[in-house]
Design a protein around this ligand. Structure first.
Ligand code: ARG
Length: 460
């Protein structure tokens, strides 16, 4: 028996291996809900324009609703010989309601159908991902507010640079996530455009009302060219690009959490429920969640490069190559959503170890820049101050003493402009409080940044 959906011109059934090789149902059945949604809108529109009758529409609606229930109850018999989600559902519809089921595909092709399904699906995924980003950001805001006064060393080159507040550091992650959010909102606009009505590639001879299907499906726009409508996968690539950037951020965040949780840093404790142990080393508590997210980042980058490569050689319009768009796209969305979810759950439960952060900030001459700035205040040119403080640091390295641990006499060896008031400058609090401007690390600024963050989220 040849395929019931397109077997007419074939004289022999498709090779059994080829049938399996070309089938996509194992992964695209995931689109069932959006496929049915699209079919319902298409059928309603066909009825409005007089292609289907009201009783036919009713039969299709009842049939598709029942099929959705079958699928959700796990009772649907997915058949590989029916290739994909679209033909599986259509064949079942015909089984249930008879020849009217065969009329549903009037004025439509699987080409515009699948393009519509993926966009509807991705639109929902983006909404879930946006919600997870917001949840993670709320966690960061809470922690940043609680740790606005906590001092830690800030790093460049992973060497101690200047003291910063832990809240300020957390708010850096908040900023990155805000950009990730915006990128996805922007990508959603271009995803939310309707290819349905493009049919196979050229449009259709039926008097379709695309504005009506667009409205029924909640699309913001109608694709302006049928050839482009069926073959464009920019939105999926754009999503993977935005997802890749977000995962890159998550990966950097993960790397810091892994370092901070180590016995060498001891800046944080991760809750036990987000860690695992070792089967041989009894003392181990491994930061698996951030490690895994750092590792999973590669899958999402892979999806982006995979989709770009998938599209680069395709002539217009639809080609079977496009069937390969789904798995990377599904995987990228799942990976991003799950990673965000894990972090959104974990971040509020991070326990900062303030005493170790402070101890680390007191080592490594983190207030050297403050001493140079202090000398500038006494009227010296900055470059000379840099030199003077450099000599003081070298002395400190030899004597194993931080700047704040030196006596006034010791400090005055390097410049007689140094007086008793220097010690206020050399404290960690003096250092962070002095950076009191928009974007600076002062606790007062962290609190303002948190307030701005709350407003941003409230306006979403
Ligand atoms: N399963 C196909 C896909 O995912 C649906 C479209 C098939 N169209 C076709 N003309 N063979 O792209």
């Amino acid at each position: 028996k040849t395929n019931q959906s397109w077997g007419g011109r074939f004289s022999e059934p498709v090779d059994a291996f080829v049938a399996r090789f070309t089938a996509s149902v194992d992964f695209d059945k995931r689109l069932y809900k959006h496929d049915i949604m699209g079919s319902l809108a298409h059928a309603k529109m066909l009825t409005q324009v007089g292609v289907l009758s009201e009783p036919e529409l009713k039969a299709i609606e009842d049939g598709l609703t029942a099929i959705q229930q079958e699928i959700e109850a796990g009772e649907f018999d997915w058949r590989v010989d029916l290739e994909d989600v679209h033909m599986n559902i259509e064949a079942r519809l015909t089984e249930r309601i008879g020849i009217t089921g065969k009329k549903l595909h009037t004025g439509r092709s699987r080409n515009d159908q699948v393009a519509t399904d993926i966009r509807l699906w991705l639109r929902d995924e983006i909404d879930q991902i946006l919600a997870e980003i917001t949840r993670l950001q709320e966690g960061l805001l809470g922690l940043a507010e609680a740790e606005a006064d906590t001092v830690m060393p800030g790093f460049t080159h992973l060497q101690t640079a200047q003291p910063v507040t832990f809240g300020h550091h957390l708010m850096a992650w908040f900023e990155m996530l805000s950009r990730d959010y915006e990128r996805l909102v922007d990508c959603r606009k271009r995803t939310n455009s309707m290819p349905l009505g493009s049919a196979a590639l050229a449009g259709t001879t039926y008097p379709i009302d695309r504005a009506l299907t667009c409205e029924l499906l909640g699309f913001e726009a109608i694709s302006g060219n049928s050839l482009d409508g069926v073959s464009d996968r920019d939105f999926a690539i754009e999503f993977c690009a935005a997802a890749s950037i977000a995962m890159m951020h998550m990966s950097r965040f993960s790397e810091e959490l892994v370092m901070w949780a180590s016995a060498q840093f001891r800046f944080i404790d991760l809750p036990d429920r987000f860690c695992t142990g070792s089967s041989i080393m009894p003392q181990k508590k491994n930061p698996d969640v951030p490690e895994l997210i750092r590792g999973k980042t590669g899958r999402v980058f892979g999806a982006l490069v995979g989709l770009l490569t998938l599209m680069k050689g395709q002539p217009l319009a639809y080609n079977k190559d496009n069937q390969e768009d789904k798995e990377p796209l599904f995987d990228a969305a799942d990976t991003l959503r799950d990673s965000l979810r894990a972090f959104a759950d974990m971040v509020p439960a991070i326990k900062p170890r303030r005493e170790f952060m402070r101890e680390a900030a007191l080592r490594g001459f983190s207030t050297a820049t403050d001493l140079a700035d202090y000398l500038v205040g006494k009227g010296l040119p900055f470059r000379d101050c840099h030199e003077i403080v450099g000599l003081a640091v070298r002395y400190g390295v030899d004597q194993e003493k931080d700047l704040a641990e030196m006596s006034l006499e010791e400090l005055r060896q390097f410049s007689e402009h140094i007086t008793e008031d220097v010690f206020a400058v050399l404290t960690l609090e003096g250092s962070v409080n002095a950076r009191d401007h928009i974007g600076g690390t002062a606790p007062a600024q962290v609190r303002k940044a948190v307030a701005r963050g709350r407003e941003l989220i409230a306006a979403r």
